[in-house]
Ligand binder design. Structure first.
Ligand SMILES: Cc1ncc(COP(=O)(O)O)c(C=O)c1O
Length: 419
């Protein structure tokens, strides 16, 4: 890597490899969370893409077979009551709440993250009042948040101000209604200062809306402790809910009575089965619902959350940092100098649960890593992303991933800069 350009060996040295394999074996043997891996359906592949799609918890297919054959196949419409389908969005929201540091009654599951960004941003702008005409948006945001914030601002007569998260606290002022910030940067893995930015927004009289897609399930979030106003997140990454599993919306209890959803569907009506023409919002987290919940995906998520029983998020965070530290150490030892540059901050306080490496030959390198059984992903044009899910990734996986990366780089020549 660039920090070690002068010291890194030209190719993996055998003695480094032996030493690091030994370290990996020892750390796996000491790892309290290591036994959780058997709760997942995994094979010999080193799966470092759980920050995109989490692995399948092994018991979920049997639960889904029951949902399909008995709850849907036999009970049919009775399941809305008898199988608890109707209340699933709030029930699963409460199940997920401790993972993001929320007390019960504030999280509702449903819709995509994109749709929840819309609800949260418009809701926040309306809560802030009409004399605040600016909406701050994280300059490094995942694109969907930026697109939706821009549309939400147009619809509500606000102006989007794009701000680097590091400057968010200074940018907040009397005109700021709210800021939409990603807790962890999807590209670099940088962890933003949620407590500090939230406090600065509050000091300016503005609301904080956080996107937790890349932090929930990987590190403590502390929504209640830090006074976050609204938050959204997906469940298919570190929460292993499955492809397209429903997202969630957090509205802090103190805002719920005034939360004015821009998508007031019949599911969030105070009396949904009254079928009346006028809208009257439900109380509590249910106000964040829109229409009929996607029950199959939702119940797969509910089952997937079983793997968290008895697991502490602090222990997950400690292992996540140990894994990313060890990966960076192995990359430093194995990868020839100058071939990759880490975009992921070195300080723990600024790091999520992924490592992003800039590499000129990234597309070819990632394709070959995947072919050789190390699955990360690519963010074009030149970023190799490796996500570390502490529930099922071990230290031997990490060592192997770095070793395979070095071997691939040895086989794919560095591009000669033009000119
Ligand atoms: C930070 C972040 N926000 C939003 C999204 C989009 O979520 P969805 O496709 O569920 O709307 C993603 C997807 O990966 C993401 O990483």
């Amino acid at each position: 890597m660039s920090e070690t350009a002068g010291t890194a060996p030209a190719a993996p040295a055998a003695q480094d490899s032996v030493a690091l394999v030994e370290v990996a074996l020892r750390r796996d043997a000491e790892d309290e969370l290591g036994k959780l891996r058997e709760k997942f359906t995994l094979d010999e592949v080193v799966y470092l893409d759980g920050n995109s799609l989490g692995a399948l918890p092994a018991h979920v297919p049997a639960r889904m077979a029951d949902v399909l054959t008995r709850e849907w196949g036999e009970l049919r419409i009775r399941s809305w009551d008898e199988s608890g389908w109707w209340t699933a969005p709030e029930r699963i929201g409460d199940r997920l709440a401790p993972l993001v540091g929320a007390a019960p009654g504030q999280v509702v599951v449903g819709d995509s993250t994109s749709v929840n960004v819309f609800k949260a941003v418009v809701g926040a702008v309306r809560l802030a009042g009409d004399d605040r005409d600016e909406l701050l948006v994280d300059a490094t945001t995942f694109p969907t948040d930026g697109y939706i914030a821009e549309s939400a601002a147009r619809m509500t007569g606000r102006r989007v101000v794009v701000v680097d998260p590091a400057d968010m606290a200074d940018a907040a002022g009397p005109r700021t209604s709210a800021a939409l910030v990603n807790h962890v940067d999807f590209r670099t893995g940088r962890l933003q200062d949620l407590p500090g930015i939230t406090a600065a927004l509050h000091a300016a009289g503005a609301l904080a809306v956080w996107d937790l897609c890349h932090s929930a399930g990987a590190l403590p979030v502390g929504l209640d402790a830090h006074g976050v106003d609204l938050a959204v997140g997906c469940t298919y990454k570190y929460l292993n809910g499955g492809p397209g599993s429903p997202a969630y919306l957090y509205v802090a209890e103190r805002h719920q009575a005034a939360f004015d959803s821009p998508l007031p569907g019949w599911n969030s009506h105070a009396d949904p089965f009254g079928m009346t023409p006028g809208y009257r919002p439900a109380d509590g987290a249910r106000r964040g619902r829109v229409g009929t919940p996607d029950i199959l995906s939702m119940l797969a998520l509910e089952a997937a959350l079983d793997v968290w029983e008895g697991v502490s998020v602090d222990a997950v965070r400690a292992k996540s940092l140990a894994l990313t530290d060890f990966f960076l150490e192995c990359v430093r030892a194995y990868v020839p100098a100058g071939r990759v540059e880490s975009l992921t901050p070195a300080p723990h306080a600024e790091r999520g649960s992924q490592v992003a490496l800039r590499c000129a030959e990234a597309p070819a390198v990632m394709a070959e890593c995947i072919r050789r059984g190390v699955v990360g992903d690519l963010r074009r044009p030149d970023v190799l992303r490796f996500g570390f899910t502490p529930l099922y990734v071990g230290f031997a996986d990490v060592e192997r991933a770095a070793r395979v990366l070095a071997e691939v780089l040895a086989d794919i020549p560095a591009e000669v800069p033009a000119g």
